[in-house]
Design a protein around this ligand. Structure first.
Ligand code: NDP
Ligand code: HSE
Length: 432
């Protein structure tokens, strides 16, 4: 059997999993690739750092030119996170004639178009299935298996850290801080977990999916986004009471031929598949005009699930499938869907509203009066009984019938300045 030399740049959480598969499952991979994949170099920053894997020391280097200068190495896995030096490393690899596999969504969401164009000009490919959904083959499915469809919508739980934190707060009653620390210990979170919890990581993944599914080239920072960093246990409990769960959703949907995109915590019905997605699992619901509704579910973060997707891309690269897919991506993005402007007032949904108000006579009437004037119809209301002492602060929760984002924004703007209202109103969309 022939042998192809490959290399790995980065030996952290994911890189360690990739090295493990390449070294310990070499026969399995050879059967899929029709050739043996020989790991020639592992490039790291610090050769002396203790590792979770036993590697021959001769494989480790901190000198990227060991890889770029070796013409026999044709495919390289690049698992350095963030923008720099990841971008420079990627360019050096491409320019030295390597096809590249990466899981770095931050890099692709920021510099994807430029890197893709550069790779094409050089006749090289970039594969990135692990960049979205960890172990779920969502990139391959959207760009290959669903190509007969016009994708109509895509609803995803795309950040394992956030889903883990919400699951722990909701199920086990953990504090936000403890749950996040646990997600970091397990290797789910980014080096800077702010990117996870403020919705940036999910927005980066959504930007990549919007390109694949709708041809749209949208910068992730232009996607309206809200994370879980402001989420309160009270909202998780009220949602349960109403028969819902809260999930951080990344949404791309065609509304009157425009592409509406957002990332935000939303209420999903307790009996829907999205509500069942727990811990670091991710899920994506795709609706295509031919196939209908399709679900993808699996671990969205962590060493071996992510390594599974990376190594599959490496096999595809070595056998030549990756180059074909990569070429067709360019054709696909020639007729992109038009992206809806931010804060479009006509987007419609049901809404969950939580008002923290002073418990005195007439407050409920004031609030419902404002909602009524904006033609927002109320589906249900919760206020828990308080003690008899006057002027206690209580949460008043309202679920609306379907209304528009514009109506909600105007009404909430008026409600927030009422004297009885003690904090900005919590507004969450509801996915029924
Ligand atoms: P880690 O931080 O665990 O590892 C990063 C690796 O990059 C380290 O081995 C580090 O070397 C190496 N490195 C950093 N700078 C250089 C450099 N200049 N030259 C060579 N090597 C360098 O990251 P992860 O494995 O968690 O993530 C890698 C990528 O995969 C990221 O883009 C991340 O977003 C993405 N991803 C991660 C997932 C996860 O579950 N963790 C899931 C899906 C995607 P050293 O070890 O010597 O410090
Ligand atoms: N930090 C990311 C997450 C890793 O938690 O989903 C997977 O991309």
């Amino acid at each position: 059997m022939d042998t192809t030399k490959v290399a790995l740049v980065g030996l952290g959480t994911v890189g360690t999993g990739v090295a493990h598969l390449l070294l310990d499952e070499a026969d399995r991979l050879a059967r899929h690739a029709g050739r043996r994949l020989s790991l020639a170099w592992v490039v790291v920053q610090d050769r002396d750092k203790p590792r979770d894997i036993h590697l021959p020391r001769s494989l480790l280097t901190d000198d990227l030119s060991q890889v770029t200068d070796d013409p026999e190495i044709t495919a390289v896995v690049q698992l350095v996170g963030g923008l720099e030096p990841a971008r420079t490393i990627m360019i050096r690899l491409l320019e030295s004639g390597k096809d590249v596999v990466t899981a770095n969504k931050a890099l692709l969401a920021e510099h994807g178009p430029e890197l893709f164009d550069h790779a094409r000009q050089l006749g090289r490919s970039i594969s990135f299935d692990a960049a979205v959904g960890g172990g779920i083959p969502i990139v391959t499915n959207i760009s290959q298996c669903l190509s007969a469809n016009q994708i109509e919508s895509l609803h995803g739980i795309l950040n394992g850290t956030c889903n883990f934190v919400i699951s722990r707060m909701d199920g086990a009653g953990a504090s936000y801080r403890d749950a996040l620390a646990e997600a970091q210990r397990r290797g789910y979170a980014e080096a800077d977990p702010t990117m996870d919890v403020d919705g940036s990581d999910a927005a980066q993944k959504l930007a990549i999916l919007a390109h694949l599914a709708f041809g749209a080239r949208v910068h992730w920072q232009d996607i309206p986004r809200e994370g879980i960093d402001q989420l309160q246990t009270a909202d998780l409990q009220f949602a349960r009471e109403l028969g819902y769960r809260i999930k951080l959703l990344a949404v791309a949907q065609l509304v009157a031929e425009e592409l509406e995109l957002h990332v935000a915590p939303q209420l999903v019905r307790h009996d829907s598949p999205l509500a069942e997605v727990r811990d670091a699992y991710n899920a994506v619901r795709v609706v295509g005009d031919a196939v209908g509704r399709v679900w993808f579910h699996g671990l969205g973060a962590g060493r071996m699930p992510t390594a599974s997707a990376v190594v599959a891309d490496l096999v595809d690269t070595v056998v030549g499938r990756a180059a074909i897919t990569f070429r067709t991506l360019e054709l696909w993005s020639q007729r992109p869907a038009r992206v809806m402007p931010r804060d479009n007032a006509h987007v419609s949904s049901r809404y969950y509203l939580r008002f923290d108000v002073v418990d005195h006579p007439g407050v409920l009437a004031e609030i419902t009066g404002i909602l009524g004037r904006h033609k927002i119809s109320i589906a249900s209301v919760i206020q828990h009984e308080t003690g008899e002492s006057a002027e206690e602060i209580v949460s008043l929760v309202v679920m609306t019938h379907t209304t528009t984002d514009g109506a909600i924004r105007q009404a909430v703007g008026e409600i927030n300045v009422l004297e009885a209202v003690q904090a900005p109103t919590r507004v969450l969309r509801v996915l029924d």
